[in-house]
Design a protein around this ligand. Structure first.
Ligand code: GTP
Ligand code: PEP
Length: 223
């Protein structure tokens, strides 16, 4: 027998992505893109978010928690699984439900809750965040505004214990999750709630679904 080889077991992640019914989504974006219905924008953000997540080698599954039939169809077409919301129980109940569904299927999976409104998300940046999170039982990434949260993670056997909504950074920190301080992960932090957020995301460069809708340069196309 030779000497023991050090090895690192790669962590495989299940991402849980909550998405409101599109007609109710992104109410604060009203007027940000004249001529583009908010529901269409909300769907495009979710499509770009899910596409980038599925392009990460560390991501095994993306589970979208949504009651929206069109979003369900379109996101399954990209390779996500979808589960229905728990009736009228809100964002954190939806996340806990998605997490329980994922753990029922794969009890040892690492879990990451991630917002559906990250249209500039870059797979390499999400990979960096997940690799950093893999060092802690629970961790989170604050949003660009430093007030909310875009990603919350839990390694088995820790529960996700989501406390999203508004000023969730302080709540997640108080819950014992480790705040990740990483540079170069702007695209994972740039959630889009307001017209100013949308300008910032377009400045970073949004994914193809959002870009086509807004008439921005489509990534990967030249000329
Ligand atoms: N499944 C599910 N997702 C939700 C629910 N509430 C919010 N979300 C999602 O959680 C994330 C953050 O939501 P919010 O910022 O509260 O809502 P939003 O639609 O992004 O924006 P506003 O309407 O402007 O508040 C988004 O991905 C939402 O679609 C819910 O009750 N169920
Ligand atoms: C859901 C959150 O915030 P917002 O409602 O601002 O998207 C959050 O950051 O926890």
């Amino acid at each position: 027998m030779g000497p023991m080889q050090p090895h690192v077991t790669p962590v495989a992640w299940t991402l849980v992505v909550p998405l409101k019914p599109l007609e109710r989504a992104k109410s604060r974006l009203a007027g940000a893109a004249p001529g583009t219905p908010r529901a269409r924008l909300a769907l495009a953000f979710a499509q770009d978010t899910v596409s980038a997540a599925l392009a990460c080698p560390a991501v095994r599954d993306v589970v979208v928690v949504t009651d929206d039939p069109l979003a369900g169809t379109e996101l399954r077409a990209l390779g996500a699984r979808t589960v229905p919301d728990t009736p009228a129980a809100g964002l954190n109940a939806a996340l806990a439900h998605g997490a329980a569904t994922a753990r029922a299927l794969r009890p040892r999976t690492a879990l990451a809750a991630m917002n559906a409104d990250l249209p500039a998300l870059r797979p390499a940046e999400l990979t960096r965040v997940l690799n950093a999170a893999a060092e802690f039982p629970r961790a989170f990434l604050p949003d660009a505004a430093e007030r909310g949260t875009t990603v919350l993670t839990a390694l088995p056997p820790a529960a996700l214990s989501p406390a999203f909504g508004g000023p969730s950074r302080a709540r997640h920190r108080a819950s014992g999750a480790v705040e990740l301080s990483l540079s170069g992960v702007t695209s994972v932090r740039q959630d889009v709630d307001t017209p100013a957020d949308l300008r910032a995301a377009r400045e970073l460069g949004v994914g193809g679904f959002t870009a086509r809708l807004l008439g921005d340069p489509v990534p990967g196309l030249s000329g």
